[in-house]
Write a protein that binds this ligand. Sequence first.
Ligand code: 5AD
Ligand code: SF4
Length: 479
Amino acid sequence: MIEEKKIDEKRQGEILSIRSKSKTLATKKMYLESYGCAMNFSDSEIVASILQDEGYSTTKEIENADIVLINTCSIREKAEQTVRRRLKNFLKIKRKKPELTIGILGCMAERLKTKFLEQEKIVDLVVGPDAYRELPKLIKELEDGRKAVNVILSTEETYADVIPVRLGNNKVTAFISIMRGCDNMCSFCVVPFTRGRERSRDPLSIVNEIQNVYENGYKEVTLLGQNVDSYLWNNGLSKKEINKLPLQNQKNNINFAKLLELSAKKCPNIRIRFSTSHPQDMGDDVLYTMAKYKNICKYIHLPVQSGSSRILKLMNRGYSRDWYIDRIDAIKRIIPNCGISMDIITGFCSETDFDHNQTLSLMNYVKYDFGYMFKYSERPNTLAQRKYKDDVDEKIKSKRLTEIITLQQKHSLHNNKKHVGSIKEVLVEGYSKKSKDFLYGRTTQNTVAVFPKEDIKIGDLVNIKINDCTSATLLGNKY
Ligand code: 5AD
Ligand code: SF4
């Protein structure tokens, strides 16, 4: 049954690729700009594919474009301000070229809906993350002189059959979405409102996409979801329906550990990463699968947000400090040398010095390899905005953030120093920012290494002898 379906999927893929090859010559140009998380970058590749079938090719020169699309992020106030500033730049271009179409995609489109058209007069098109298939129709509406909006969220859309047009700068690493939306409702987070309910994508379409990128020369994929540990597939049923099935039918469930195994076995020559893990849902089965397959990278991004159980409860994270520590211990036990990173929010509603010190002490316990650290930014309509007061003074937020960043830099340096003198396998991704004589790549733990180019090519998997490091980078030579 599974085999039959697989062949169907493959055929579907082949038919799609033939269709895109034989489509009419591209006559119009689209310029796509993405902000925010990897999911947004991956979505832009889906958008490029949908519009390519309509005769659009991509351009990196905004002046040459017929349509400019900005894929936006709402996660923090600052992210939205960046987009608004960018729109002001587009205004200058639109003045010179009034026929240029400007469209807003992604989370800001979903959050602000028609308000966008009122606030930002130069915007013609507002399309939410689940409505990208409607883009061709919406563009036609524009041609009829109407501004167009579609922000309807779906409980089913996964774009499983769309073959993304790869827009990334290197031809080495690719993003693959395995699910969409989020059901977690963390009290600070806008994502459940902008990306809707969680739904998982057909595993066979995922494995086929991994195989397809491998055949196209890529060396690494990152499987994307807001909470990959919550991935669950059983014949396209919703999670609610799956949970109601008799136990014997649940044997066919494919959870994240099984999806990883399926992918690692089917595509043994490609490196597999994933993001983001959730402490509440990350089970030992995922860790054992990671330990078992060499091609699954030994790296876990496990956002903690706070080291205080009281704050975690207010954040509605679904776990306590002790639970999180237990998950860290499990990683260290099952996958020694696993790279671990985090997200931390500082200055959440009612956070005291005691709570902040709890975060610092948790960091001292885990000693993360690196992290993404933010000041709390209140988001409209979230539970925190409705129920709690954003009452930590901005200066205190900044001071705590500095302390957290300083401590993380110390830990990153400490961890990197441990690698000095060892030999690391590195997948080469591109030229170092500082010099064309140097290349950079990543170890399985996701640490960046920089080394002289010599005869190494982008896309090679090379052994690098690590001679030195900074808090952010390993420095070495081909071994
Ligand atoms: N304020 C600050 N940071 C936030 N994040 C999500 N929502 C907010 C917010 N309102 C951070 C979390 C999350 C990461 C993607 O962004 O740390 O894990
Ligand atoms: Fe937001 Fe929480 Fe979902 Fe992550 S898990 S996207 S922080 S609601």
